[in-house]
Design a protein around this ligand. Sequence first.
Ligand code: KIV
Ligand code: ZN
Length: 391
Amino acid sequence: MTTPIPEQDRVLIFDTTLRDGEQSPGATMSHAEKLEIAQLLDEMGVDIIEAGFPIASEGDFAAVSEIAKLSKQATICGLARANFKDIDRCWEAVKHARSPRIHTFIGTSPLHRAIPNLTMDEMADRIHDTVSHARNLCDNVQWSPMDATRTEWDYLARVVEIAIKAGATTINIPDTVGYTAPVESADLIRRLIAEVPGADEIVFATHCHNDLGMATANALAAVEGGARQIECTINGLGERAGNTALEEVVMALKVRNDILPWHTRVDSTKIMNISRRVATVSGFPVQYNKAIVGKNAFAHESGIHQDGMLKNAETFEIMRPTDVGLTETSLVMGKHSGRAALRSKLKDLGFELSDNQLQDVFVRFKALADRKKEVYDEDIVSLMSETATEG
Ligand code: KIV
Ligand code: ZN
């Protein structure tokens, strides 16, 4: 089943946590963990799951085959280099899926062309032959010119045209080393769509790495340029500085739909759960201040912020914690917290205080907060019992 070209305002989400994400040194997942993550991705409405690289190992082959058999909604994709053996192995694994896809790639930039030592013409022939071979096996074929953003424009346009003519239904433009900038990312896709014959009949995808911290911005810019598939991973897991983070593009499209008028099919309320599972099974903890899923993404400590939050959450939050599957905002009690936050916390803990009593507790609380990074509920309860004993 070929993935149809999405409606103009829809962006397909292609998750590669189990392939590019798992390629992060040390992020290896067990078979059972991969099946669990694939199931969560399928349930949250991801359109395409890149489940692995079937020729890489027996384990990868088994995981991709099993995920293909179990998936209920998503297209299941496997990765293959530009040779028949890889492509055949990939097809053997994905063919069980309700909707299978073969993703084949070759490095097209001067640096990458030097590795297999192919001339430009030889590589062009290889692309034609391998994409045609994949298309004879499967009617849903994705082709990627690896390191596209450092490939000469004329050659990139030429090989993209060859891949389309050979039957590719999705052309993915990888920024393999996270080198591009948003304005270039948009222009490149726009120009490919405008100038390559047949480009308007296929889906363009964007696949960005985060070496300069621009992966999400580059992916969204590519969508502005006409890409209709974003490749991403949960928590931005991936080689080196990682890939575009799924949670960031999904929430950016949701929260700023006024300026980014595209939508996805992803149920954002499932984000937090899958983020935690991926962090646990990959062994890669999420940094505290990571956008959307970091421990502090919905936490407030400063007095001004806490006071504002208590009056109106929109003062300091552009999305609701429930939008990403959290139950509530967390007002972290620490040395920057003010009286209003302490009063509210005490009320939650069952203490109603007069202004004078509050002032007394507040002084003690500040002294404690100066010694401790974070003041927990238990600390506040003991502060209250000390106050009662002394009083
Ligand atoms: O970053 C990259 O170029 C890749 C390709 C295999 C698509 O992951
Ligand atoms: Zn990649």
